[in-house]
Design a protein around this ligand. Structure first.
Ligand SMILES: Nc1nc2c(ncn2[C@@H]2O[C@H](COP(=O)(O)OP(=O)(O)O)[C@@H](O)[C@H]2O)c(=O)[nH]1
Ligand SMILES: [Mg+2]
Length: 196
């Protein structure tokens, strides 16, 4: 954090995870460029920088838009969760498989680390994308909410196509990071430790 001439700046690192084709790249593009691309172009891991201004603060976000994973993907050997402040897991509400895969990705990631994201004060956000395809919905909002609750994660449903709630994903991510930094989560962790 920097405070020059009364201007508060903070930088956070966010990793976007999920199955291919759920709209990860579209979400990030809506935030950064306010545009939506209909055509699907598979992406490699792509870093973005975006300054999000809210709460009288400039949040310098480093966002890594991952290539996407499936049930056969492995977490790379050199992967370090410590690099990130927040993990945004994305599925598409019209694709049940993508919902199951997001759970598998989180499990694999935690197995690899040998610790849950929640217990190490990482902000976790679950996003159900493509709400404009509500007519083809395969995952109910309640199912999303329940998993998010069990993860101690923030939950949102959005449409990267319509764009209106996309900023809310990243504002919610920042709020979750700061809630953990400000002690809400830390207190919970200390309580857990004292039981052992
Ligand atoms: N209808 C609809 N299509 C979307 C939405 N978000 C992404 N898509 C489409 O889904 C496909 C995959 O999007 P992309 O962002 O590349 O997915 P990624 O592989 O998860 O990065 C593209 O054809 C997008 O146009 C959405 O909110 N609604
Ligand atoms: Mg992509």
């Amino acid at each position: 954090m920097d405070d020059i001439d009364g201007e508060v700046r903070k930088d956070y690192r966010i990793l976007i995870l999920g199955n291919r084709c759920v709209g990860k790249t579209c979400l990030v593009n809506q935030l950064c460029y306010e545009r939506f691309v209909e055509r699907y172009r598979p992406t490699i891991d792509t870093p973005y920088k975006y300054n999000l201004k809210f709460n009288n603060t400039i949040y310098e976000l480093d966002i890594l838009d991952s290539a996407g994973m499936d049930e056969y993907s492995f977490i790379p050997e050199d992967f370090s969760a410590n690099l990130y402040d927040a993990f945004v897991f994305v599925y598409a509400i019209d694709n049940l498989e993508s919902f199951n895969i997001v759970k598998q990705i989180k499990d694999k990631l935690e197995q690899k680390r040998g610790a849950s994201l929640a217990s190490s004060q990482k902000a976790v956000i679950l996003v159900g994308n493509k709400t404009d395809l509500n007519g083809n919905r395969q995952v109910t909002e309640d199912e999303g909410k329940q998993i998010a609750k069990s993860w101690n994660a923030q939950f949102l449903e959005v449409s990267a196509k319509e764009g209106s709630k996309v900023r809310g994903v990243f504002e919610g991510t920042i709020k979750k990071i700061e809630a953990l930094i400000n002690g809400t989560g830390r207190e919970a962790k200390e309580k857990k430790c004292s039981i052992q």
